[in-house]
Design a protein around this ligand. Structure first.
Ligand SMILES: Cc1cc2nc3c(=O)[nH]c(=O)nc-3n(C[C@H](O)[C@H](O)[C@H](O)COP(=O)(O)O)c2cc1C
Length: 369
């Protein structure tokens, strides 16, 4: 560990904070990480999931991997859902373990929309905002496959999707979660609706920025009708060029500015922003990006993307974020908070084991000792 890193307990990251109803002993959040370990027909989380999340209970807040709100949300193999009783029971075991170890855990709700693939949907085409291929890739039982041109969602599909998110949130509460996070990032359902390149609808869910954000806001309103909004977070990625259909331009940024302003009118636990990569050469624009949303959102803000201990402490110190989430560091450092506190070196995870299934590269990374 270099001498410049603080090893004392007075680091901004190690100060407790509140995000909505959640009381965090530190500001080191575990970001959602799809790990594809639910290799059963359910797909149901297992004892392996309980061990994995339990090992990481030191996090101020754990946000689970994205989990399916329904069968038609599925777009990635071996990812668990939260739409069946077996899944609720599997997740209850996970939340019990995390809570017994002193942690807090919210469930990320995920729908891939047009970024799914017929191989996940019994041969049927996925549905998205319009019949336009998002040109993404879906991890199917047969490996990564290019997406197809989807069918456009009907009014009935949209109504059903809102209801599925609400039901999933109710299931998450029964499974013992502290809250839920609505995953609205990447190349997935909400990001497709927000994107004028993919959303050519002429009804209330397209046409202009207000129309394009309506689906996400309807879902936020449905989920917060089911559960106290101060236990509901939203995750956005305005700077993510997920595929060549997701371009970071002035229109997309303006759309997200307005969306964040609309979210600010709702009582939420937090806004979780995947910004520009702080670790990329000239990381300063990343700090400016968080400042941009800080101006528009009065509630708690979690920042993400490329952070290490120094950059995360520096950002929290500026006041532009209340907490920082770490994804890849939590893969190989289950005791990440302790390593920050003690100034221990960080281990590096093996990307070959991210999605391969099984215990290796999942629950066998040791604590620093
Ligand atoms: C293996 C892997 C799986 C991921 N799964 C999810 C996910 O399920 N939901 C999500 O919102 N983001 C997901 N992400 C994105 C991360 O949460 C995070 O935004 C990204 O890794 C950058 O953060 P980092 O620099 O701390 O790793 C994933 C990233 C990786 C590497």
């Amino acid at each position: 560990m270099t001498a410049t890193l603080p090893t004392a307990l007075d680091q901004p990251l190690l100060r407790g904070t509140g995000l909505g109803e959640f009381r965090l002993p530190n500001r080191v959040v575990m970001a959602p990480l799809t790990r594809a370990r639910a290799d059963n027909p359910g797909p149901v989380p297992t004892e392996l999931h309980a061990a994995y999340y339990g090992q990481r209970a030191c996090a101020g807040l754990i946000i689970t991997e994205g989990t399916w709100v329904s069968e038609r949300a599925i777009g990635f193999v071996n990812v668990p859902g939260i739409y069946s009783e077996a899944q609720v029971a599997g997740w209850r075991r996970v939340t019990e373990v995390v809570h017994a170890l002193g942690g807090r855990i919210v469930q990320q709700l995920w729908h891939t929309g047009a970024a799914s693939h017929p191989d996940h949907l019994g041969g049927e085409l996925p549905a998205g905002p319009s019949a336009i291929d998002p040109r993404a890739r879906s991890f199917t039982p047969g490996g990564f496959r290019a997406t197809h041109t989807p069918r456009a969602m009907t009014a009935g599909d949209i109504e059903a999707t809102v209801a599925e998110f609400r039901a999933a949130a109710a299931n998450a509460r029964r499974a013992g979660f502290d809250g839920v996070e609505i995953g609205a990032l990447g190349a997935f359902l909400f990001a497709q609706f927000l994107n004028p390149r993919l959303n050519h609808r002429t009804d209330a869910y397209g046409g202009d920025r207000a129309g394009r954000r309506r689906l996400l806001l309807d879902v936020v309103d449905a989920v917060t009708a089911e559960w106290d909004g101060r236990r509901v977070g939203v995750r956005l990625s305005p700077y993510m060029a997920a595929t060549d259909r997701f371009v970071v331009d002035e229109e997309m940024l303006a759309g997200h500015d307005e969306l964040v302003t609309a979210l600010n009118d709702r009582p939420l636990a937090y806004l979780h922003l995947r910004g520009p990569d702080v670790a990329a050469p000239g990381g300063a624009p990343a700090f400016e990006a968080f400042a941009r949303y800080r101006k528009r959102f009065d509630g708690p803000l979690i920042a993400n993307n490329g952070f290490g201990q120094d950059s995360a402490n520096a950002l929290v110190d500026t006041g532009c974020a209340d907490a920082v989430s770490f994804a890849t560091h939590f893969v190989a450092n289950p005791d990440l908070v302790g390593r920050f506190a003690l100034g221990r070196e960080l281990a590096t995870g093996d990307p070959a084991t991210y999605y391969q299934g099984g215990a290796r590269g999942y629950v066998d990374y040791p604590a620093a000792g």
